[in-house]
Design a protein around this ligand. Sequence first.
Ligand SMILES: Cc1cc2nc3c(=O)[nH]c(=O)nc-3n(C[C@H](O)[C@H](O)[C@H](O)COP(=O)(O)OP(=O)(O)OC[C@H]3O[C@@H](n4cnc5c(N)ncnc54)[C@H](O)[C@@H]3O)c2cc1C
Ligand code: FES
Length: 282
Amino acid sequence: MIYQVKADIVKNVRVSSKIYRMELAMPKISSLVKPGQFIHLRINNSFDPLLRRPFSVNKVIKNKKGKVINICVLYEIVGKGTSLLAEKCSGDILDVLGPLGNGFAFNDALLKNKQIILVAGGMGIAPLLFLVERLKDKRTKNKPVIFIGSRTKRDLVCLDEFKKAGCIVKISTDDGSLGFKGYVSELVENFLTNCQPLIPNPYIYACGPSPMLKKVQSIASEYNLKGQVSLDEMMGCGIGACLGCVVKAKTSGAGEDDNQPVYKRICKDGPVFDIQDIQWED
Ligand SMILES: Cc1cc2nc3c(=O)[nH]c(=O)nc-3n(C[C@H](O)[C@H](O)[C@H](O)COP(=O)(O)OP(=O)(O)OC[C@H]3O[C@@H](n4cnc5c(N)ncnc54)[C@H](O)[C@@H]3O)c2cc1C
Ligand code: FES
């Protein structure tokens, strides 16, 4: 069920120079939402920006009775829509559509005795925090290890929350201002090269820019690892109608014509796909 609601902004707090976390009151959507799903926000009532903007669910907030009532999104200012969003105050109202997309699979059968490895590039951390919160009760092999990559240490957020959720946190920055200097995919590869014999059954969840996800796919092939990726691409309608978000996938998954590429909609068939599903452009 997809709802369109008017949600009160509870908080809109700056957490780093260009990154904000907004908490929205929307009990209907909150009670249904799963990690990896997103909400589609109408920024204002004017025609500019015309299209809604998609944001992953970063966290859910419960009331005193333990009922999930609010949703937080973590967003970076990159253009007009996100700049306007950053100016919103508590008490303002946003038109929200959700929950949208498929979300991550994380059932017991899939994850039993697995070592969970999470890979986040930039704002790719947003859905992974919600995921690790829900993974807490799973019978997995060891503590999840999250690899977080960002341009510089100033853009690193949520580190304490990942630690609190029981993760081992490994960091890379492009400029070397904190952790490993280089791309997060290199950090993951180094880790697997040095440690893989010691960690049987790694299972990957990754979210971030396409070049990172492409690299993670090739690492997964090399080490024969399974996992899922969440894509963060430009979107139009968000509900599967405009075909503005299609990606080339390797198979239909239906077993017929498995060598023929098919096109999948990120908003409806994704944003989460099997790690080997996407046929990335060269
Ligand atoms: C399923 C999904 C979940 C997302 N979750 C989050 C999230 O949790 N936090 C977050 O900060 N962002 C997230 N995004 C990206 C976010 O939707 C965009 O950053 C936002 O729509 C930009 O709006 P804008 O008006 O500020 O920028 P625009 O003015 O539309 O664009 C500014 C610049 O950003 C680029 N851009 C816009 N959208 C994207 C995109 N999706 N991917 C790459 N480049 C883009 C444009 O090409 C342009 O260069 C998500 C996107 C998708 C598809
Ligand atoms: S954004 Fe319209 S089909 Fe996906």
